[in-house]
Design a protein around this ligand. Sequence first.
Ligand SMILES: Cc1cc2nc3c(=O)[nH]c(=O)nc-3n(C[C@H](O)[C@H](O)[C@H](O)COP(=O)(O)O)c2cc1C
Length: 175
Amino acid sequence: MNPHPDPASFRAAAARFPTGVTVVASIDRDGTPVGMTANSFTTVSTKPPTVLVSVMRGRTWQAIMDSKRYAVNVLHAEDLALCAHFSGRPQAESSPSLVNREEFPVLSQAIAQFACDVVRSIDVADHTLFIGEVRWCRQRDGSPLAFYSSRFCNGLGMTIEPAEAVAYPADGWAI
Ligand SMILES: Cc1cc2nc3c(=O)[nH]c(=O)nc-3n(C[C@H](O)[C@H](O)[C@H](O)COP(=O)(O)O)c2cc1C
């Protein structure tokens, strides 16, 4: 069996990969919207539009397993309280913020929303990868909340080069 890095080394290296921060939300069996902060969100394909999120077993996991659908809400830099609320530190002012839009639970403050039907789920270690086909999505301008090196940052930063300069195909996999 191959050796593994110790958990601290793995976490430190993984923290060098900057991500946005999302709230992944679903509807539980009682019809209650539930959500959790997640930075494992990624796009998978554009044809058809497909995303994935890696979810540890818990309340939101159970709701996604039951309903076979979820919404991904990309957080604005000013919404750190929502990030805390949905990662297990409930903030009273954030509680009512998930609203139903076209049968998916969304945060109106989000700078992007993706409504997804689960097309595949893959158990890996203590997580499940939920692969979702995007039924609809919306976006608005705004600075994203970013997570890097165990810090939350205002994710807009300085543009170094527009993406076209890196020459990926305009209609290819990249977003
Ligand atoms: C920045 C950040 C990113 C996180 N990303 C994930 C993730 O991708 N997957 C996951 O399972 N938990 C992630 N978590 C932890 C969950 O948000 C947390 O365990 C939450 O309470 C789970 O909710 P639930 O199990 O009650 O639905 C993250 C937490 C933070 C603060």
